[in-house]
Structures are given as structure tokens and as C-alpha cells.
Design a protein around this ligand. Structure first.
Ligand code: NAP
Length: 261
């Protein structure tokens, strides 16, 4: 089903080949629900062995079962609450990845939380710190922990999930918007640090309005049926994880205005 992801795909001059991610090892955070679950299933359908990291074990196991039914790949479930990430907290994960797969080819930072939608002056500090921990600090720490594995790849891709409010500030989006601006900055710094070695490419991706639980929480009065599904956004995720984006680094992508290359 994911090989015919969207009607839009049929219009492409160069559709993604079935074996696009054959044998690639890709870690997806927030893989138990929403865009992350779809991305993990999508990558697996194109041949990747996906490492499913997320907060809720039962959701990850459900995605794992779907992938085992849909593909012949070798997924792994890693229950991990990024709110509790401590320094060195993923060293064991790196050891497991190296032992099991030998390297890491892709890292999709997708997990995130919305926090509150209130004016900055009324933003609760505990909520602020939690959003920053999950959306920024844990992303930095996990990236740092995974870099030795990514450098063992011949061509690795790190994708940070951004948002339109992380590129242009908007009232009442508080810590979420600020965290996405931080992600954009982190990606630029890392892209600059890794560009010369030429192995690890780093880009940001704004999926745009997508029918998920987070979107429903952000826009409770919106009709979800008016939105695109995560499946409709996978073209860009595949491009950034696949060989066609080798050499592309330090760039900001948006599903809304991206044209297949
Ligand atoms: P979602 O439906 O809320 O899913 C978020 C995922 O992240 C869930 O699997 C959740 O796990 C996981 N997660 C949250 N906190 C975590 C933690 N502390 N540790 C580990 N995993 C955690 O959100 P989504 O809409 O798919 O969003 C995915 C990404 O796209 C986010 O970075 C979001 O900012 C971005 N984005 C979304 C939209 C949109 O319209 N949906 C637009 C722009 C950007 P549980 O299910 O177990 O809680």
C-alpha cells in the first residue's frame, strides 16, 4: 500500500523506486503514532530496517506488527521517554545498533510535543522546560549519541522535523515555536560541522498541516477531514532518506512547496 502512497506520486516523472531504502538502517523517534508511525512503515515498505523509538511501548509494538505483516524487513522496538533523557542515555542504544546492524544510515527526529498555546508572558515554566527537553535537548543528545553510528554509514541522513511556526514566529505558539526555531539552528550548526567530511547530511523538514493527534490538539475546531494525511507527505521523507538527496545538506524543506527532484 505504501508503494502507491498518493495520487500525487503517479504524476511524478521519477517515481521512487521500490528498493529505494533497501537494507538501510533508519531510527525514527515518535514512531508509535502520527507522522512518525507512517514514516516508519513507509521506510520499511521501501526496504529499510527501522528502529522504532517512542514513549508508549504498546503503540510501538502495534507499528512493529504492521511492519512485520507488510514487509520482510527487520524492525526493532525501543521504548524510550525523551522527557527523561539523561546524558549518555542512548549509549546502549548505539551499542545495540552497531552490534545488530553495524551502522546507522538515517535518523528522523520526529517526536515532539505541543505544549500550551498561550501568550508568552503567561507561559508556564514547567511546561516550557518540558517542551524544550523533548523538542530540543533530547534531540541534541540523541543526535550526539548516534553520530558515531551515522559515521559508519557511507551516506547518512539526519532529518529534523520543524514547523512553519519555527520559521516565522506566530502569536501564542510559545515554547513549541521557539523549540522549532532551535531545531532549525541546531540543523544549521550540525550541517556545517559535518559538511566537509561528506558522510552525514542534515536537513529540516516542515510537514505542514497533517491529520494527527497533535494537529487536532492545536486546532480543536478544525475539521480533520479537510487535512492531508501523513501518507500524503511521505514523498519528501523518502527523498531526504533516499540516495537522491546525497550531497544535499543544511537546507530547509517544506512539504507544501516541495517538488520532486
Ligand atoms: P503526534 O501525533 O502527537 O505524535 C507525536 C509522537 O511523538 C508520538 O508517537 C508520541 O508518542 C511521540 N512522543 C511525544 N513525546 C515523546 C517523548 N517524551 N518521548 C518519546 N516519544 C514522544 O504528532 P505529529 O503530528 O505526528 O507530529 C510529528 C512531528 O511533526 C512533530 O515534531 C511535530 O512538531 C511536527 N509537525 C506536525 C504537524 C502536524 O500538522 N501534525 C505540522 C508541523 C510539524 P506517544 O504517542 O506515545 O505519546
Amino acid at each position: 500500500m505504501y508503494k502507491q502512497l498518493s495520487e500525487a506520486r503517479k504524476k511524478w516523472a521519477q517515481p521512487m523506486p521500490d528498493g529505494l531504502l533497501e537494507g538501510q538502517i533508519i531510527l525514527v523517534t515518535g514512531a508509535g503514532a502520527g507522522i512518525g508511525a507512517t514514516a516508519a512503515r513507509c521506510f520499511a515498505s521501501f526496504g529499510a530496517n527501522v528502529i522504532l523509538l517512542g514513549r508508549t511501548q504498546s503503540k510501538l509494538e502495534s507499528v512493529y506488527d504492521q511492519i512485520k505483516q507488510e514487509t520482510a524487513t527487520d524492525p526493532v522496538v525501543v521504548p524510550y521517554d525523551l522527557a527523561n533523557y539523561l546524558d549518555g542515555g542512548c549509549n546502549e542504544l548505539l551499542d545495540m545498533i552497531i552490534e545488530h546492524y553495524g551502522r546507522l544510515d538515517g535518523l528522523l527526529h520526529n517526536a515532539g510535543i505541543l505544549g500550551d498555546k498561550v501568550p508568552l508572558e503567561h507561559y508556564n515554566l514547567d511546561t516550557w522546560n518540558k517542551v524544550m527537553q523533548i523538542n530540543v535537548s533530547a534531540v541534541h543528545a540523541l543526535t550526539s549519541a548516534m553520530l558515531p553510528g551515522l559515521r559508519k554509514s557511507t551516506a547518512a541522513s539526519v532529518v529534523f522535523t520543524s514547523s512553519s511556526v519555527g520559521r516565522h514566529g506566530r502569536a501564542y505558539w510559545g515554547a513549541y515555536a521557539v523549540s522549532k526555531f532551535a531545531i532549525e539552528g541546531m540543523a544549521q550548526v550540525l550541517a556545517d560541522e559535518t559538511e566537509q567530511a561528506g558522510i552525514v547530511r542534515v536537513n529540516t523538514l516542515n510537514p505542514g498541516a497533517t491529520k494527527t493527534a497533535m494537529r487536532a490538539a492545536a486546532y480543536p475546531n478544525e475539521d480533520p477531514e479537510s487535512l492531508q494525511c501523513a501518507e500524503d507527505k511521505m514523498d519528501l521523507y523518502l527523498y531526504l532518506m533516499g540516495k537522491q538527496s546525497i550531497g544535499v545538506t543544511g537546507r530547509q524543506f517544506s512539504s507544501a512547496n516541495w517538488e520532486p527532484i
